[in-house]
Design a protein around this ligand. Structure first.
Ligand code: ADP
Ligand code: MG
Length: 696
């Protein structure tokens, strides 16, 4: 299986180079895992006079009437006429002309397969797959023929999909069962009723029938998911067993005093449970690496505060990092207010901290005087040194890159405990595959007394009514957010739109009766802060902004969230924005504004937003609509390079694989028993540099 691909008969050094470059096929094994994307039944032929523009692909057998090379330079092409008993179809090649010219012969029969297009009412195929039809070709019957993806460059060298199939067939003919070693333990195969690896690989390429094909696919999907889960679980287990972490032994004075006398509300059960989970992690002597998920408004901040007090009780410093300046400031304000009577030092460090203040903070950190630091990415700069950093909490993790997080590890001799908090709920399947190596806690309960948010869709033509509605809310003393899309802060058009929008709002709500704040990414940090502050302190009733207010900002008196050009936002972003309201005692509203023209996807997103307030359901839908590659923060994780399995469609297989892995490791955590030896070797061999998972 690990033989270089050039050793395969019919490949040779030149084609091998291309296979490596174009399809990353380096070895025999790689060729076998270049799975066909579908199969065609070669006994089924289409007829030329039955082709319609509705035909996507067609397979036609006919006699080659004539062909010629016409045109010049870019326009140079080979055009051929193929005739079956019902009519004629034109075949065209723009590339690989000399190769095509060589294989074509007039008056011979060919089988062609390709996408059908119509030109002047006549059917044609561009770059069809073509093959000489021998009168009684044994391969023409009996089995489903695999169709492989290829590239133009490969096709030009005679390595189209059909030829790749031929190579695969030749390779399989040479291989024996022992060459394709089983990598899943027998017990698991029996339990899951899966076929062995060898027949599975044969059958996925050249199935006897549909049932055989399905059994092969099921086995190979399971294998992919099983191995991925196993790798992550091994990493997690190893950390649990061998990592070395600082110990938060006791719950001390600071924690108790805050918990008993200064907690502004009763914790929810979910909050209590999460604190307990983390408490036992941090007392274990192992390093904690935990993801904490909780929907917007579920109360993650207070959990962070209690944990930082726990660290301080044990003599350790902690640091809370937020993705934006505004959010860091707000955390700082909230937390220093909460901890006012407690007698523990809390300071803020951001990119815009004044240099005198910065110096002071840096000194107090190294002296160990300062126990709790709140900041932005400024805290990971090398100049920031701690005396004994014991806990790092990262809020809204998807905005911190892996490399940035890695810098944190270098700040203490024993790596600090790490808690990553995210309000973007991650579907369970995604969490399992992307973060399977992390420990994982969920706050799945909102604090009591929250009123649900009413979400509606309004068109531009209804803007007057929307503005009137705002007026009545303001009259009641409420505040309003109006958010414009400005995904890239540098986007000129979006920026102009925001300014136009602002002028428009001002026209409806003139001073001095109304006051408006505006916050966007092009403003200086000070200006942003001033404007934000005016809104927080209710000096202004309306906040016009871009998505810089998306995360974390907390103004309980705000009761209406208006989202402009809703179609430009993704689902999870819409949900985040909506989470800015519904934080107080009043009934809140989210108004999704759009023009009259809307795509299907945008309609679907709006429908989902109206139907549910549940972030976990929204995350699932988001995953279904967009696929895993686009979910925030997971694109770079490399966790989804599955060839066959899809974490959306195959979640049942994923669950089965997950359970199988758990059971396996429970009985044999090191995979040291004889029957798991092959599996262990297989996992180690294919564990090429997965470092990202160490440092989340
Ligand atoms: P998020 O999880 O989105 O960061 P926050 O920590 O900002 O949520 O909490 C949202 C709001 O809910 C805050 O005003 C906070 O004071 C309040 N809150 C948090 N926990 C509780 C609770 N157990 N009971 C009542 N209110 C709570
Ligand atoms: Mg928060």
């Amino acid at each position: 299986m690990s033989n270089p691909i050039e050793y395969l008969k019919g490949v040779g050094p030149q084609r091998a180079e291309l296979l490596k470059k174009e399809l990353s096929i380096f070895t025999f094994g790689d060729l076998l895992s270049h799975f066909p994307f579908r199969h065609i039944d070669r006994t089924k032929l289409d007829f030329v006079n039955e082709l319609t523009p509705q035909n996507d692909f067609a397979q036609i057998a006919g006699v080659l009437l004539d062909f010629e090379i016409i045109g010049q330079r870019q326009g140079k092409r080979l055009v051929a006429q193929l005739k079956d008993k019902t009519g004629e179809i034109e075949l065209t090649w723009f590339q690989g002309l000399s190769w095509v010219e060589k294989i074509l012969e007039r008056r011979q029969s060919y089988l062609v397969y390709g996408r059908v297009t119509f030109y002047n009412g006549r059917p044609q195929m561009v770059h069809p797959e073509i093959e000489l039809l021998k009168p009684d070709d044994p391969t023409a019957k009996n089995y489903l023929e695999p169709v492989y993806s290829s590239t133009e460059k490969l096709k030009a060298r005679g390595l189209g999909g059909r030829q790749i199939g031929k190579l695969t067939q030749a390779l399989l003919a040479q291989l024996h069962e022992r060459d394709i070693a089983e990598n899943i333990p027998n017990v698991v195969l029996q339990q899951q009723q899966l076929i062995n690896r060898y027949p599975a690989i044969r059958q996925i390429h050249f199935p006897q029938n549909n049932e055989a094909y399905n059994a092969a696919v099921k086995r190979l999907k399971f294998e992919e998911l099983f191995l991925a889960q196993l790798r992550m679980s091994l990493i997690r287990n190893n950390r649990h067993r061998f990592s070395h972490g600082v110990v938060f032994q006791k719950v001390g004075e600071l924690f108790h005093s805050f918990y008993n006398h200064h907690l502004p509300f009763e914790l929810t059960n979910a909050q209590k449970r999460v604190i307990k989970e983390i408490r036992s992690d941090t007392a274990s002597g192992k390093q904690m690496n935990r993801l904490l998920q909780g929907d917007v408004g579920s109360g993650k901040t207070i959990v962070a505060v209690l944990l930082m007090l726990l660290a301080a009780d044990n003599g350790f410093q902690s640091c809370l990092m937020a993705p934006t300046e505004i959010l860091a400031q707000q955390h700082y304000a909230t937390i220093s207010e909460l901890l006012k009577g407690i007698g523990v030092a809390v300071k803020l460090l951001t990119g815009s901290s004044k240099s005198a203040e910065r110096k002071k903070v840096l000194k107090e950190l190294i002296d160990g005087e300062l126990k709790i630091l709140i900041g932005t990415h400024a805290v990971i700069e090398d100049i920031v040194q701690f005396q004994n950093l014991g806990l790092v909490i990262i809020d809204e993790q998807h905005r911190f890159g892996v490399a940035q997080r890695a810098k944190l590890w270098a700040k203490a001799t024993i790596p600090p405990h790490i808690l990553v908090m995210t309000a973007t709920p991650i579907p369970r399947t995604l969490a399992m595959t992307a973060y399977g190596d992390l420990d994982y806690s969920v706050i799945d309960e909102l604090p009591p007394g929250r009123k649900p948010i009413t979400t509606v869709h309004r068109y531009e033509s209804q803007r007057h009514k929307v503005m009137d509605f705002i007026k009545t809310e303001i009259k009641k003393g409420r505040q309003i957010y109006i958010v414009f899309p400005l995904i890239e802060e540098s986007d000129k058009l979006d920026y102009e739109n925001l300014m136009k929008g602002y002028e428009n709002v001002k026209a409806y709500f003139p001073e001095p009766k109304y006051w408006i704040s505006m916050v966007h990414g092009r403003q200086s940090a000070e200006l942003k802060e001033t404007n934000m502050k005016r809104f927080v302190e209710h000096d202004t009733q309306i906040m016009v902004s871009t998505t810089v207010i998306e995360v974390g900002v907390n103004v309980p008196n705000a009761s209406v969230m208006i989202i402009e050009s809703t179609e430009k936002f993704g689902l999870s972003q819409l949900h985040q924005l909506r989470g800015r309201v519904g934080r107080g005692a009043e009934h809140s509203y989210c108004i999704l504004m759009t023009g009259s023209k809307l795509g299907i996807d945008a309609r679907e997103r709006i429908k989902i937003m109206i139907e549910t307030n549940n972030g976990f359901i929204i995350a699932e839908k988001d995953l279904q609509l967009r696929g895993p590659g686009d979910i925030d923060g997971t694109r770079q994780s490399g966790a989804f390079n599955f060839k066959l399995a899809s974490i959306v469609q195959d979640r049942d297989i994923l669950e089965l694989a997950r359970n199988a892995v758990e059971q396996l490791l429970e009985n044999d955590p090191d995979l040291s028993s004889a029957e798991n030896l092959l599996l262990k070797q297989y996992v180690q061999k294919s564990q090429k540099g997965i470092v990202w998972s160490k440092i989340s």
